[in-house]
Design a protein around this ligand. Structure first.
Ligand code: C2E
Ligand code: CA
Ligand code: CA
Ligand code: CA
Length: 278
């Protein structure tokens, strides 16, 4: 058995080596990118159905890797968390997004994603306070998006942080709602301002599989708890019509616009909101 194990070890060695090395290089690239701030924030409109206008934008990180090209945040965010880089990266995007938003018309908010590790870190509230102070952005124009994993990891700390953020006027949204475990009890225990209905539900909204009843229930739940409901990943007119009919407050998705670089925002705002100017 011993010789067999040694044999297979030798057999896999070059490939394992190659993969480990590729990963080490990728990790090193990410460290350098964070240190050199080699990222960009793109912005996707959040569209208010009642007012029929864009009411804000979600900041989404983009990394242009020198060799691999555009790397998806779904790929590098988990690695950044693992390597302890998510806090500097998260603070960078927070400051960048607040700076950008401070130049928009006053009626437009900015939403920033905050990973679980960053949310419960000791520096989150002071980073938010500093981002608002240095850019002059009023707290009421900032929304932070967190997922359920925050609550699972550290429910006690989360409550205290949510209240400190509220004291700054900052709103907090529950992102990817419906994809985790104990969503309902969390809604009862934590003072969220907004529920973002995950795009997997929106995708199946026009199927005859009961999804529309779930979406209807979530919208009703939000309304009764005094929370705004936002549907993510809206791509078709049919989905939009259903969401409007169900009383959903806001939509976000390719139907309105893909995430765009900051430079394209004035055109986007002028096209959708008419008289408002960036
Ligand atoms: P998310 O927060 O749920 O963001 C929504 C994702 O859906 C974005 O992907 C967006 O581009 C995509 N999307 C928007 N509309 C549509 C649509 O109509 N159809 C489809 N198929 N997709 C749509 P993206 O930008 O690749 O980001 C992926 C995830 O990476 C985000 O999911 C978020 O969890 C994470 N992420 C992105 N930026 C940040 C950041 O600054 N900080 C942290 N912690 N996470 C981030
Ligand atoms: Ca989000
Ligand atoms: Ca989401
Ligand atoms: Ca997501």
């Amino acid at each position: 058995a011993k010789t067999e194990a040694r044999g297979s070890f030798r057999f896999f060695e070059p490939e394992m080596d190659g993969r480990l090395q590729a990963r080490r290089i990728f990790e090193q690239d990410l460290r350098e990118a964070v240190a050199g701030k080699a990222f960009e924030a793109h912005y996707q409109p959040i569209y208010c159905l009642r007012e029929d206008r864009i009411c804000g934008f979600e900041a989404l990180l983009r990394w242009n890797h020198p060799v691999r090209g555009r790397v998806s945040p779904a790929e590098f965010i988990p690695l950044a968390e693992e390597l302890g880089l998510i806090i500097p990266l998260g603070e960078w995007v927070l400051a960048r997004a607040c700076e950008e938003a401070s130049r928009w018309p006053d009626g437009l908010k900015v939403a920033v994603n905050v990973s679980a590790v960053q949310f419960t870190s000791a520096s989150l509230v002071s980073a938010v306070r500093e981002a608002l102070r240095s850019t002059g952005l009023p707290g009421r124009r900032l929304e932070l998006e967190i997922t359920e994993s925050v609550l699972v990891a550290n429910p006690g700390a989360t409550t205290a942080i949510l209240h400190s953020l509220k004291a700054l006027g900052v709103r907090v949204s529950m992102d990817d709602f419906g994809t985790g475990y104990s969503s309902l009890s969390y809604l009862r225990s934590f003072p969220f301002d907004k529920i973002k209905i995950d795009q997997s539900f929106v995708r199946d909204l026009c199927e005859t599989d009961g999804t529309e009843f779930i979406v209807r229930a979530v919208i009703g739940l939000g309304a009764n708890l005094g929370m705004t409901t936002t549907a993510e990943g809206v791509e078709t007119e049919a989905q939009l019509a259903k969401l409007r009919a169900e009383g959903c407050d806001e939509v976000q998705g390719y139907l309105v616009s893909r995430p765009v670089p900051a430079s394209e925002l004035p055109t986007l705002i002028a096209r959708w909101n008419g008289e408002e100017r960036a």
